[in-house]
Design a protein around this ligand. Structure first.
Ligand SMILES: [Zn+2]
Length: 490
C-alpha cells in the first residue's frame, strides 16, 4: 500500500454503497481486461484502486485483483501483428505465440508491460491470469453449475438480447484438439467427472475436463461466474458494458437467478480520449501506454490525470500545450515546493543531463527548495526533458540558444529592442535574484517607453528564439552571468 492514501470523495461514497450491500469485508475488488492488444485501460484499474483504498480506510480487509483474461480466444489480430496469425483466431491468448518472440505468449506480450507499470506505480494488486485459474480449478464448481443450469442461462440471454440462441448453445466452450475454443458443440455433461463430451467443427468427438482448464465459460456467463468463484464485492465497468442489454445486464441476472450470488458493487466510468486523436481504442491503435506516460510524470500525477475530478465524466487528455498547466496544478495541490513546469523544461534542456548545473540554475532563479533534493530533481528534470522531446509543441521546446543561433534570432529585433537589451545587460548583476531581475526588466522597459510585451519578447528572442517563455525574472537570474551578458549584447 502507498504511504499516503488520498481517497477522493466519489471513491468514499462508492465504498459506502459497497459496504451497505456486502458488509465490512473482507472485500474482493476486481478489475480485468483481455490482453489481446496494447493495454491502455488504466482508468479502470485506478477507479478500482481508489475504491479498494476507500474500503481499507473504513478498516476493511481488501484483496485487489487484476483478472487478466489470458484464456480468452483471440478474436482479431492487433495492429502490427502479422497476417498469418489469423490461423490462431479462436485459440486462447495464453497459447498463441508472442508475435515478437520476447514473452511466453501473445497474452504476456501485452500484459507484462502493463503489469510492470502497475508495479512501478506502487500498486498493491494481484495479477491473476485466467488460464491459470482455470488450470488450477478455481472455476470448476461454477462451470458445473452453469452447465447444469444452461437452460436458465440461455433464457436470460434471450430475454435481454431479444435474440434466439441456437438449440446447441452451451455456457461452456471446450477446447478442440486443434486448439480452438470456438465452433465446438457440447453434447453430454459428465458432472461427476467434471467433463463434457463435445463435437468439433469437423465432426470429431472429444472430451474436455473443465477442472483442468480444457475450455472456458463463454464471456457473458464467465463474468457472473467469476464474481462467485472469486467472491467479488466490487468491480468497475466502462459505459460500453453497462449500456442497456450490455454484459452487466445479463451478468446481474445470471448472478442473482442462477448462481445465487449478490451482484458486486459497481462504478461506471467514462472513456478517455486523446486531444487531436479521439477516444482511446487498442483496435484503432489510439492508445497511451502507462509506461510512456510514466516517462513524463510521477505515478501520483498519472493517477490524478487519468481519474480527473470525476471518472464518471468523459475526459480529454492534453499532453501537448495543456500539459505544463496540468503539472503545475498537480504540484500546487500536492503542496510541495515546485518549479513551474515550463521553467523546468528550459532548465532541463539547457543543462542537459547535468543535475549540478540544473540545481545551480534553479537556486539562482529563486527555486532553492526544489534544488535541495538531488534525486527528486533528477527525476523532475527527466520528466521535463522527456516531455519536451516527445510531446511538446515546437513553441514550447524551450532551451537556451547557442551564440550563433542567438545572433540569427536577433535579426528579427528592431532598434528599440536592441537598445533595451543593451541597457538590461549593463544593469544585470549575478547577485540579483529572480524577483530583482523581473523588476529590473520591467522598470527598464518603462524608462525607455517600451511596451513590456515587446521588451520581454526581445529577451525571449535572444535567449530562447521564441516570443514567449517561462517567467522571465527567475529564468534570466538562473542563467550564468556571462551567457546573459553575451546574448543580450546584440
Ligand atoms: Zn513480447
Amino acid at each position: 500500500m502507498r504511504d499516503e492514501m488520498t481517497v477522493p470523495g466519489w471513491a468514499r461514497r462508492t465504498a459506502e454503497r459497497v459496504a451497505e450491500i456486502h458488509g465490512e469485508g473482507p472485500h474482493v475488488v476486481v478489475t480485468g481486461i483481455s490482453p489481446s492488444g496494447n493495454i491502455h485501460n488504466l482508468r479502470e484499474v485506478l477507479v478500482a484502486e481508489a475504491v479498494a483504498n476507500a474500503l481499507r480506510e473504513r478498516g476493511s480487509e481488501v484483496r485487489f485483483i487484476f483478472h487478466a483474461d489470458t484464456i480468452d480466444p483471440l478474436r482479431r489480430i492487433a495492429p502490427g501483428v502479422p497476417r498469418e496469425y489469423e490461423r490462431y483466431i479462436g485459440h486462447s491468448l495464453s497459447n498463441v505465440p508472442d508475435p515478437e518472440g520476447c514473452h511466453a505468449s501473445y497474452a504476456d506480450h501485452f500484459l507484462v508491460p502493463f503489469e510492470e507499470s502497475l508495479h512501478e506505480m506502487g500498486m498493491d494488486i494481484e495479477v491473476l491470469r485466467s488460464h491459470q485459474l482455470y488450470d488450477g480449478g478455481a472455476y470448476t464448481d461454477v462451470t458445473r453449475e452453469a452447465i447444469e443450469r444452461a437452460a436458465d442461462l440461455r433464457r436470460i440471454l434471450e430475454e435481454i438480447s431479444g435474440r434466439e440462441m441456437p438449440e446447441s448453445w452451451s455456457p461452456y466452450q471446450p477446447r478442440a484438439a486443434s486448439g480452438s475454443l470456438t465452433g465446438n458443440r457440447v453434447v453430454e455433461h459428465l458432472p461427476d467427472e467434471n467433463r463434457v463430451v463435445f463435437v468439433d467443427r469437423d465432426g470429431n468427438e472429444g472430451v474436455a475436463d473443465y477442472s483442468k482448464g480444457e475450455g472456458k465459460l463463454g464471456w457473458r456467463v464467465e463474468l457472473a461466474a467469476r464474481w462467485k468463484a472469486l467472491g467479488v464485492t466490487f468491480e468497475p465497468f466502462g459505459k460500453d458494458h453497462t449500456s442497456r442489454g450490455g454484459s452487466t445486464d445479463t451478468a446481474d441476472r445470471m448472478s442473482r437467478e442462477v448462481f445465487h450470488y449478490p451482484v458486486p458493487g459497481r462504478y461506471e466510468y467514462e472513456w478517455i480520449s486523446i486531444k487531436g486523436q479521439g477516444a482511446m481504442s487498442s483496435s484503432k491503435g489510439i492508445v497511451l501506454l502507462p509506461k510512456d506516460l510514466l516517462r513524463i510524470m510521477p505515478p501520483d500525477a498519472l493517477r490524478r490525470m487519468m481519474l480527473g475530478r470525476d471518472p464518471a465524466r468523459a475526459l480529454e487528455l492534453d499532453l501537448g500545450e495543456g500539459f505544463p498547466r496540468f503539472v503545475d496544478e498537480y504540484r500546487a495541490e500536492a503542496g510541495e515546493p515546485y518549479v513551474p513546469f515550463l521553467h523546468l523544461v528550459t532548465v532541463a534542456q539547457t543543462a542537459g543531463a547535468n543535475t549540478e548545473v540544473a540545481a545551480e540554475m534553479l537556486r539562482r532563479g529563486g527555486y532553492e527548495a526544489a534544488a535541495r533534493d538531488p534525486e527528486k530533481l533528477f527525476h523532475d528534470l527527466q520528466y521535463a526533458r522527456n516531455w519536451a522531446g516527445e510531446w511538446a509543441p515546437e513553441s514550447l521546446r524551450l532551451r537556451v540558444l547557442e551564440p550563433g543561433e542567438a545572433v540569427e534570432a536577433a535579426a528579427d529585433l528592431d532598434g528599440e529592442q536592441r537598445a533595451y537589451l543593451t541597457a538590461v545587460a549593463e544593469k544585470f548583476s549575478p547577485d540579483m535574484d529572480g524577483e530583482a531581475v523581473q523588476d529590473m526588466l520591467y522598470s527598464t522597459a518603462v524608462e525607455r517607453g517600451l511596451k513590456p510585451k515587446k521588451a520581454f519578447g526581445a529577451v525571449y528572442t535572444v535567449l530562447l528564439g521564441k516570443k514567449s517563455g517561462p517567467k522571465a525574472g527567475p529564468f534570466v537570474a538562473g542563467l550564468p552571468d556571462e551567457i546573459v551578458r553575451e546574448r543580450l549584447s546584440v
